[in-house]
Design a binder for this molecule. Sequence first.
Ligand SMILES: [Zn+2]
Length: 419
Amino acid sequence: MNRKTLLGLAVASGLLFLAHREEVSAYATTGVQWNVASANFSVNPNFTGASSGTPTQQIDEIREAASAWTNQAQIPFAFNYAGTTANATVAYDGTNSVYFSNTDGNGALAIAYWWSVNNVTQQFDIVFYGRHGLTNFAWSKNPNAGEFDIRSVATHEFGHVLGLNHSASASATMAPIILPGSTALRTLEADDVNGARSLYGVATPTISAIYPESGASVGGTLVTLSGSWFTSNLTSVTVGGIPAIDVTVVNTDTLTFITPPAVTSGPVDVAVSCNGLGTCAASGFRYEELSVSDTVAQGSVVPVNFHVPQYSGAPYQACVSLLGGGDTQLGDWLDAADKRSLPVAIDDVFVWSVTSRTPTWFTNFYGNLDGAGNADGFFAVPSHPAISGVTFRMALCVFDADAVSGIGLVSNGATVTVQ
Ligand SMILES: [Zn+2]
């Protein structure tokens, strides 16, 4: 069994010693590391004292510390939280336990213990201590002066378990000193990142599955990506080159996002980009059309609903126009005579031309977006011999509340053929 200590302020000479060193990159390794991609750990949230927070808050701090190495160093290794434990003594018992011990750490704030076989880590325990001599340690999730930061110290100890020894770089998380009130060790320095990467390399996110595989071209589809090594601060998602909305890294294997509106419909690549590493994964996502049947009868009324997330929370008006003959509107595509003779059934249905922003004669969908950006209503299909058998694209558009100053075309919708 090996052990590494994190010394408190009591070791002032150590701090002074480090202060005059000028090494920029000075990480060291223990010679022991994992040969698997992840390790579970359990937490006994048994810190005492008001500043240490509730058990749930204590667990959150430990979890944040454990994930710091995967997220900040972007290494292909993860400590995964596996629930609580009642363990409170150092033991080779098959459980990687993190807990508080209200005993004397003999100068150490916390100690990481690990067991190895042939330099391969088998198990670890991380123990936070209660005092040194007559001095009690105050543990905190948000330290004031005189209190020690649970998350910072845990991040340091998880670094030991990862395989890092103390660094000679005074600013590193793996430096052997932490000051009371400091949260500095929560954030890895370049020296820590280099050390972790020297052991495990750099993770490359991959996508193994995407669900659903398609969604409305207007956007708003909640998509789940399954894969590996998604990290919260190094991963961005674009859909067809457009940034996705509400990207959420659930864990290293799961990421969710909401699709932005498509520029054009059809298959679009979903790319996961890593800062500084370029595009590291891509898979197909297909923008589908509005849920309108492929063939619509002249004069029929087709239910339409769609979601325009970027225009939520405002009194926008939504509309659907028919596009035909390239991107020309139906009104422009038909000749003047047909325009004049085309029956108009307006009723409550407002009619707009996207380009002129003035009411025109062809029948459209019209409705208001609710506060969440949803619109639902119906689309009244024009009736005229000239459009029989013609395929149109339905285009979604959004206008300001006054219905005069148009935001204009949002995206392309369903392709429909008029019977
Ligand atoms: Zn240490």
